[in-house]
Ligand binder design. Sequence first.
Ligand code: ADP
Ligand code: MG
Length: 353
Amino acid sequence: MTEDKPKRTELSELGEFGLIDRLTRGIRHRNPGTVVGVGDDAAVLSYPDKKILISKDLLIEGVHFDLVYTPLKHLGYKAAVVNFSDVAAMFGFPRQLMVGIGISNRFSAEAIDELYSGIKLACERYDVDLIGGDTVSSISGLILSLTVVGDAHADQPVFRNTAREGDLVCVSGDLGAAYTGLLILEREKQVYRADPLMQPDLAGYDYILERQLKPEARTDIVRLLSGAGVRPTAMIDISDGLASEIIHICNDSGLGCKLYEEKIPVDATTSSVADEFGISPVTCAMNGGEDYELLFTVRQEDYDKIKDMPVISIIGHMTERNEGISLVSRNGSLIGIQAQGWDAFIGNKKIPR
Ligand code: ADP
Ligand code: MG
């Protein structure tokens, strides 16, 4: 028996409508707010007398992702999840998703199926309805633009600018892992470039690779906090690194803060890989980004309700503005926090070495 080559269906064989039909056939809706999804000129949603949350992300090949080490299914999953994370950061839940794609004939229909299998898996896991999109051709690589619609718990979104002096600063999960995962992937890419026969050495790095390639949106934290009767006073998701995000909360709320280095949660693999690369683990947490954890503030009165939640770390507190935005290092010295995460227009000036 001869081994079958993987099937490759050219997009030109299907045409735009054939492709849309292939990608959207069999979609079922789970949310009562979805009245009409794919198939007409616009989707129809119903959120009677409610505030809705809406957010968009645009991802460009070569700028936001590298297909050399990003499987298309993971890319689809991550593109959806990072959008869901923005809704979670408003203390809400994602309900509907729209997907715009720009694709060239470099991609086969099977490749786009892979991308969609990731998007659809994310929709399934987070109970989100895929309600439409747009499909166009691109001459400069793959382009993905996703728009998510959601609603806030109790119809009360939590903003970035409403932290109060004395509030506790909390973070979910652990930080810096996605960045160290990226360091490993970039290193193995260089090794592969130098010698394509070399197999990438990814053993032992599962956790940080998954954090980079397959992040999750912390809607579970929204559920956990609302279930415990805790409403954060301010919240943001950590896409650009803890430093950049805490600065947003402080500046927007007109306050300062003190964070404690020893309290910042960093996983053991993250620490050891950071050491391997000669970077301090706290730098990965502060400036690495793409962890998609939630950074939020709560009233001191809520301390008892959150202190025993294992997925939540209390890392500091909000202060008066004139106390500045600072990190108390392990040896007790006070360091001013500066954002060195991703800035779309300044470029990636990450991680001083
Ligand atoms: P129009 O020409 O009116 O903009 P389209 O032909 O682009 O409509 O889209 C037809 C339907 O298919 C619409 O409901 C649209 O939302 C949906 N659709 C188009 N592209 C995608 C996509 N990539 N993913 C999901 N739904 C899509
Ligand atoms: Mg269209």
